[in-house]
Design a protein around this ligand. Structure first.
Ligand SMILES: [Ca+2]
Ligand SMILES: [Ca+2]
Ligand SMILES: [Ca+2]
Length: 171
């Protein structure tokens, strides 16, 4: 739901991450089509070492497709993003991530997760203890490399699942 606060956050993220995203776009659009395909984006992430080839790569493709179809991005060409759409897509993800990453160190620590969900405990009819247990178990799943930090990529890979869990109050 678009709110003034959310709008401001997304605008700030576009400003902050725009230059590096435009830089990435130029590099990854290997065929010079002016569009970033799922394949080009995935390849780029693997080349940069942000996504491990194999199972993680498949998960990345799955998340990407999920959002490309769901969020009405890639309007000018189905399944691909032009430069503006690309910047918007990833900056919006950063905006969401930065909102949870309260201390701004570029990673989501468990305490930041708990803070985020604290206010939902009541809504879900859970005690804080219950909620904490569930957060810890979900956190460990998201934190695939086990370094006790959720990176932007780990976040992206599990976001569809997290959203579903929140919607169905299963978390
Ligand atoms: Ca291309
Ligand atoms: Ca943090
Ligand atoms: Ca991690």
């Amino acid at each position: 739901m678009p709110s003034e606060e959310g709008k401001a956050r997304r605008a700030a993220a576009r400003e902050k991450y725009g230059p590096q995203l435009r830089e990435s776009f130029k590099v990854l659009d290997k065929d010079g089509s002016g569009y970033a395909s799922v394949e080009e984006m995935t390849k780029h992430m693997v080349e940069k070492g942000m996504v491990k080839p194999g199972a993680r790569e498949k998960e990345f493709v799955k998340s990407l497709n999920h959002y490309l179809s769901k969020m009405n991005y890639g309007k000018s060409k189905p399944g691909e993003l032009n430069e503006e759409e690309f910047v918007k897509f990833w900056a919006d993800l950063y905006a969401l991530f930065d909102k949870i990453d309260k201390d701004g160190d570029g990673a989501i620590e468990i305490v930041e997760c708990v803070e985020l969900l604290d206010e939902r405990a009541e809504k879900f009819g859970l005690t804080k203890g219950d909620l904490y247990k569930r957060v810890v178990s979900f956190y460990n799943k998201v934190d695939a490399d086990g370094d006790r930090k959720i990176s932007i990529i780990e976040f992206f890979l599990r976001l569809p699942e997290l959203e579903e869990a929140l919607m169905n109050a299963k978390l």
